[in-house]
Design a protein around this ligand. Sequence first.
Ligand code: HEC
Ligand code: HEC
Length: 243
Amino acid sequence: MASAAEPQRPTPLKSGIEFASADIRALQADDFANPGMLWVVRGEKLWQEPAGRDGKSCASCHGDAKAGMRGTAMRYPLLDPGTARLINLEGRIMQCRERRQQAEPLRYESDELLALTAYVAHQSRGMPVNVSIDWQNRGHFEAGRAMFYRRLGQTNLSCAQCHQDHWGKQLGPETISQGHGNAYPIYRLEWQTVGSLHRRFRSCLSGVRAEMLPYGAPEYLDLELYLAWRASGLLLETPGVRR
Ligand code: HEC
Ligand code: HEC
């Protein structure tokens, strides 16, 4: 038995899509039917759109995202060299928007930020999640791991009890997956829209009647880093589709 203190990866590693029903799998696999592709297309438009004081677009600095952003998303979250803080892809895009483009800020979970995030992450579709843990980000990794194993809420359940110990089991209408973030942002039928990984965290936390933290909370970033380590090697699927 591994102790709770020991970080574990599920074996064999399986993407969440493998636990989805046949119709959801078919939706995700077909770019013409996948509703998440609408956000990718919106993101592509925003990428080209001039904004801010100098009327710069993302493209004016980064060029063609297909080349410039390929291989980016799967390295996140990472330590931002500027602030020495952990930052995820959404955070990085918000930062570029404000500091480099000098345009009005994008809100977490806004359609614009989801679209840009989906568009940037989509450029790495098919590439393996690849974060490395070193002495600089280890504190965040440890905090994320602790949260993953902490019993939460009125039901007193941890993330690990569902996604590490009981994946593949049925929970009401759902099959519990291993809880990876490799398809995010996803289109979720229940939401009728695209949502971020932090929105999914909030759904799970509300499911166990635990306190929900704000989008982009440092605790969620730590958890995101732990999940990325745990998913290392899984291929990016953005935009995913879930029930
Ligand atoms: C009571 C069981 C339960 C607990 C506890 C729980 N989840 Fe979930 N989680 C689910 C179910 C059910 C789903 C939807 C089906 C699926 O994708 O696993 C889900 C989905 C997810 C997904 C999306 C996977 C995908 O491929 O779309 C992630 C990520 C996730 N959970 C992370 C967490 C984290 C992090 C915690 C702890 C803060 C947590 N969950 C706590 C049951 C749980
Ligand atoms: C004025 C030039 C400029 C504009 C406009 C700009 N960026 Fe950036 N961006 C940069 C520079 C320079 C970096 C790398 C240095 C850094 O870390 O900030 C960067 C880094 C990034 C990264 C991280 C790349 C990596 O390899 O980790 C992403 C993602 C990104 N930008 C997205 C965007 C998006 C989306 C927009 C439009 C909303 C945008 N940027 C607008 C200059 C710009």
